[in-house]
Design a binder for this molecule. Structure first.
Ligand SMILES: C[S@@+](CC[C@H](N)C(=O)[O-])C[C@H]1O[C@@H](n2cnc3c(N)ncnc32)[C@H](O)[C@@H]1O
Length: 281
């Protein structure tokens, strides 16, 4: 049988970042639409260490997951750029059986996840949807959302959190990963793309990863990726996110400090983001 786009000959291992990058690049050419090619690039940027993905938060997130993942738990991953969060959930669960639904607005990461070799204890499903339209009620025991909120505007943020709250079963919990960031000075904002592209190219060269496609096509996609970044800079603090969670009805919210993400220096000023995990019930 001839393999289809989302059905390669061999299932992929979740830690084979080079193969995942190739799959994302290939599938993204067909499936990335609203994201502007974000997911087509994401795998290669993750493999080269340009973007951190969920791995940077594993030390803090994994114990919270292990505590939350009881046998048979129904889990929703609300926004997932690649198999990283799913794989972290699988590691945290061990042999505990789970049902995991991976939801994203873009089909590309879901198609990549569908190419993975199956997890023995986890039943995985994918769902392409805009979370502002999620209308499930009491459907999941655990919802994990990693760095999704900066992708949407303030109104959609409130809408999504309201819907996630409604989608949690009684006694369920939301694990929300966020990054606090400071606003960029205007002069630095104007030089953001140039600085970010230079840093990305240096990291890609140092990492030695093979590019997933032709260099000219990859470089053009890198320029487009850089241009979309500033719109996703969410200038916020964990206190503000905690207040947002309480405003949609979460009664208990605990905040855990995670790592600082890699810095970007522009015009002598250094911008870094600090990760936090919020556990809300
Ligand atoms: C920053 S990425 C997540 C990165 C995360 N660190 C990871 O490893 O998966 C945020 C994800 O949320 C998704 N997303 C953004 N807005 C969304 C929406 N309205 N509905 C569903 N997914 C959305 C994006 O497509 C993206 O894959």
């Amino acid at each position: 049988m001839t393999p289809t786009l989302s059905d390669p000959a061999e299932p992929l291992a979740p830690d084979d970042l080079i193969a995942l990058a190739r799959a994302g690049w290939r599938l993204g050419a067909r499936y990335c639409t609203a994201c502007g090619g974000y997911h087509r690039m994401w795998g290669a940027l993750r493999a080269a260490g340009v973007v951190g993905g969920a791995d940077a938060d594993e030390a803090v997130l994994a114990p919270l997951l292990t505590r939350a993942l009881t046998p048979g738990a129904r889990v929703l991953l609300a926004g997932s750029a690649d198999p990283g969060i799913l794989d972290m959930v699988a590691r945290a669960a061990g042999t505990t059986p789970l049902r995991v639904m991976v939801a994203d607005i873009c089909a590309t990461p879901l198609k990549v996840i569908e190419t993975l070799r199956p997890y023995p204890a986890i039943q995985v499903e994918t769902l392409q949807l805009d979370l502002t339209t999620l209308d499930h009620e009491a459907a999941w025991d655990v919802i994990v959302s990693h760095s999704m909120l900066p992708f949407v505007g303030p109104e959609a943020r409130l809408e999504i959190l309201t819907r996630l709250r409604r989608a949690l079963a009684p006694g369920g919990r939301l694990l929300l990963a966020m990054r606090s960031a400071s606003a960029m000075e205007d002069a630095d904002a104007a030089r953001h793309d140039e600085a970010w592209i230079a840093r990305a190219q240096a990291k890609i060269a140092r990492s030695g990863i093979p590019l997933p496609g032709p260099a000219d096509e990859f470089d053009a996609a890198l320029v487009r990726y850089a241009a979309l970044r500033p719109a996703r800079l969410w200038v916020t603090t964990p206190e503000q996110v905690e207040a947002l969670l309480r405003s949609v009805g979460f009664r208990q919210v605990e905040t855990f400090r995670s790592q600082e993400s890699s810095e970007l220096t522009i015009g002598g000023r250094t911008y870094a983001k600090r990760g936090y995990i919020l556990e809300a019930r």
